[in-house]
Write a protein that binds this ligand. Structure first.
Ligand code: MN
Length: 313
């Protein structure tokens, strides 16, 4: 199983004072069970060279899960849908650079989260014009790198009041329109909860359209991108999500998109890995066929008995 840690959980932790990305890689390499790290572009490449990252990964025996785009505040009015053509083009250029770096570092997937492509007021945007811009930009990037995986991470809101692409169905519709096999979807557990989606159902839909590319695992109370430890709030939905990941033979990265602020980020990440493995083992112990039989019964009491078996273990 592949488990990836979030650099900023360490870089921005009050426990560590002004540490570099290379320091973070060294700390993360000591986490029990970790296999990958993920870097943001351009954020994490401001003071270091790609070659230095490559050396650090080899030295500490870690792989790169991928590069995540972090578009800065010049895109405040939108990345691919910005009303200013020049800014739209800069967004495309930065995305291309991110895929190139991901490839240089043998990363598995470049993840696009469009923080600013959305709207806040009625009459603020022309929706279909914006979606056209979205499709054109994604096609341009995806066609340039037919052998690279590029994944779209949707989020319903924050920082915009509405995102253009804010749920699983709109994402799958968008990817259909883009029409490139190398583009998929990254499912962020908190983002799904924010949209009141049931995460396992979103996973099933992504598989149905052959677009599943990445997981961002975490937990929260639904309204906000809380970034809590996995299973801490929605235990059964996390178990169900892991069950379907197994059922559909998900072999991608399990990236913990959590925000340990008061917690030791090493212990927090280890706890996430332990929890994932424990839930995974629980399903193995019950048996995939048995869980499928349980689902086919459509019996809520039998499901509650599954929860009983989780806590009675
Ligand atoms: Mn995420």
């Amino acid at each position: 199983m592949k488990f990836a840690a979030r650099i900023n959980s360490f870089k921005k932790s009050p426990l560590y004072k002004k540490i570099s990305v290379l320091d973070c890689i060294e700390i993360i390499s000591k986490i029990d069970g970790i296999t990958h790290i993920e870097l943001n572009y351009p954020e994490h490449f401001e003071n270091i060279k790609v070659e230095e990252v490559k050396e650090a990964l080899i030295k500490h025996n870690l792989k790169l899960s991928g590069i995540a785009l972090r578009y800065d505040s010049k895109f405040i009015n939108g990345e691919f849908t910005n009303p200013n053509k020049e800014i739209r083009e800069i967004a495309i250029k930065e995305t291309i650079e991110a895929v190139e770096i991901c490839n240089k570092l043998d990363g598995e997937v470049t993840t696009i989260w469009l923080a600013y492509d959305g709207f806040d007021y009625p009459f603020q945007v022309d929706y279909n014009k914006a979606l056209d811009y979205e499709v054109i930009a994604l096609q341009k990037v995806a066609k340039m790198f037919p052998n690279s995986k590029i994944s779209f991470e949707y989020k319903p809101y924050q920082p915009r009041v509405y995102s253009f692409i804010g749920d699983i169905s709109t994402t799958l519709m968008l990817l259909d329109e883009v029409g490139c096999d190398n583009m998929g979807v990254t499912l962020d557990f908190c983002h799904m909860l924010m949209k009141k989606e049931n995460p396992a159902y979103s996973l099933a839909l992504a598989v149905r359209k052959n677009r599943l590319m990445g997981f961002h695992l975490n937990d929260g109370y639904k309204d906000n991108d809380d970034g809590l430890m996995i299973g801490s709030v929605h235990l059964m939905q996390t178990l169900e999500f892991i069950y379907y990941a197994k059922r559909y033979n998900y072999e991608g990265i399990n990236y913990f998109d959590t925000f340990p602020i008061r917690e030791d980020p090493v212990k927090e990440c280890e706890m996430n890995i332990k929890m994932y493995k424990k839930l995974n083992e629980f399903i193995d112990r019950i048996g995939m066929d048995e869980v499928e039989k349980l689902i086919n019964k459509q019996d809520a009491i039998a499901v509650q008995d599954l929860l009983y078996r989780v806590i009675n273990n």
